[in-house]
Design a protein around this ligand. Structure first.
Ligand SMILES: Nc1ncnc2c1ncn2[C@@H]1O[C@H](COP(=O)(O)OP(=O)(O)OP(=O)(O)O)[C@@H](O)[C@H]1O
Ligand SMILES: [Mg+2]
Length: 341
């Protein structure tokens, strides 16, 4: 195990770890269940997700990452060290780590990411900006003087970037992605049916029948919750067209920001993007019709790689090979890694 390198994608929604030579070895919700009275962690990852919305008052289930940055340091550190122990087993495991970070992150936020990982006994930490990792994970060759546009629609944020020569030419980030879509479904159901539903129910509905472009056939899904007026349990069947109505606003906001980035893109890079199209990654890229909507509004081709939710961690994994260059202070313009600690 000693000498192994790993890549980590610390997402708002999930933590993914890639082991060099093995592939993705861990993918768990970025959640932790905590007993406030006993000051004790009860569960992390999938087990914590199962408790979401079903806890008593003394237990809270929290996401230690908000919009891709650490909002609860101790909890984030706890999750990371538990997962590193899990993949390392009982062996001595002092990996070098590539970790992806949003490109709109401050120095303080970067430091928090580095500190949360370094306390788990790692030899070296290198950062890679998320859109760069997403592009590499999607299989794009980003080292040439050729523009590529990547839109990563995750849980907390949508990151949009134009990349050339292994660097970001222009980028923008908005806090509208999968979680905002779940919120939009919660609001819609409340407004139209006086029905209060939880985050998990909303996400299930989105994944089952969600769309932002009309589906060919009408699908329905039974949402269950509590009636806001009489407090009694209630279930209603809602159709994919209704979910479309709820989701179109956040989806159009994402499209609008993409258009803004395109407007600011230098003409030479723009012509490359026009011929290759836009690549969309992140878990929410799997939402039915998001690619079609973006293609229609921008008049560009949009492609979605297989397993879009894994592109960032796979790309960070591919970037492991550049750690040696960073260590030799051989930074070079074409190194996709942005900093070493
Ligand atoms: N089939 C699907 N249809 C729609 N949304 C989906 C689907 N599968 C996953 N998602 C959504 O993808 C999001 C998670 O994506 P991803 O794993 O890329 O996020 P993340 O990297 O943890 O978050 P971020 O990049 O914002 O920090 C969740 O909101 C989830 O509901
Ligand atoms: Mg992500």
């Amino acid at each position: 195990m000693l000498g192994t390198d790993i890549a980590i994608d610390l997402g708002t929604d999930s933590v993914k770890i890639y082991l060099d030579g093995k592939g993705i070895v861990l993918s768990e919700p970025a959640m932790i269940a905590y007993d406030e009275q006993a000051d004790k962690v009860l569960a992390i990852g999938k087990e914590a997700y199962l408790m979401l919305g079903k806890t008593s008052e003394r237990i809270s289930v929290i996401r230690p990452l908000t919009n891709g940055v650490i909002s609860n340091f101790d909890m984030a550190q706890y999750i990371i060290s538990s997962y590193l122990k899990k993949i390392g087993g009982n062996k001595v495991f002092m990996p070098r780590v590539v970790v992806s970070v949003p490109c709109a992150i401050t120095e303080v936020e970067k430091r928090a990411v580095v500190d949360s990982i370094s306390s788990s006994g790692v030899r070296k930490i290198c950062l890679i900006e998320e859109p760069i990792a997403a592009a590499m994970g999607a299989g794009l060759d980003i080292s040439t003087p050729h523009g590529s546009m990547v839109i990563d629609v995750g849980g907390g944020t949508t990151d949009i970037a134009v990349i050339s020569l292994s660097g970001i030419a222009i980028s923008q980030s908005v806090k509208i992605a999968g979680n905002a879509m779940d919120e939009a479904i919660i609001k819609y159901v409340r407004r139209n049916y006086n029905l209060i539903i939880g985050e998990k129910m909303a996400e299930e509905t989105k994944i089952a029948i969600g769309c932002v472009y009309p589906r060919k056939e009408i699908l329905t899904y039974r949402v269950k919750g509590r009636n806001a007026l009489n407090g009694l349990p209630q279930a209603v069947d809602i159709s994919c067209d209704e979910v479309l109505e709820a989701l179109i606003e956040p989806a159009m906001e994402i499209v609008r920001v993409a258009q803004e980035v395109l407007e600011k893109t230098p003409p030479e890079l723009m012509s490359d993007i026009f011929s290759d199209g836009i690549v969309m990654t992140g878990g929410s890229a799997a939402l039915y019709g998001l690619g079609a909507l973006l293609a229609k509004k921008t008049k560009m081709k949009v492609s979605i790689p297989e397993e879009p939710q894994n592109c960032v961690v796979l790309g960070a994994g591919k970037a492991i090979q550049y750690i040696d260059d960073m260590e030799n202070k051989n930074y070079g313009v074409l190194n996709p890694l942005s900093a070493a600690y």
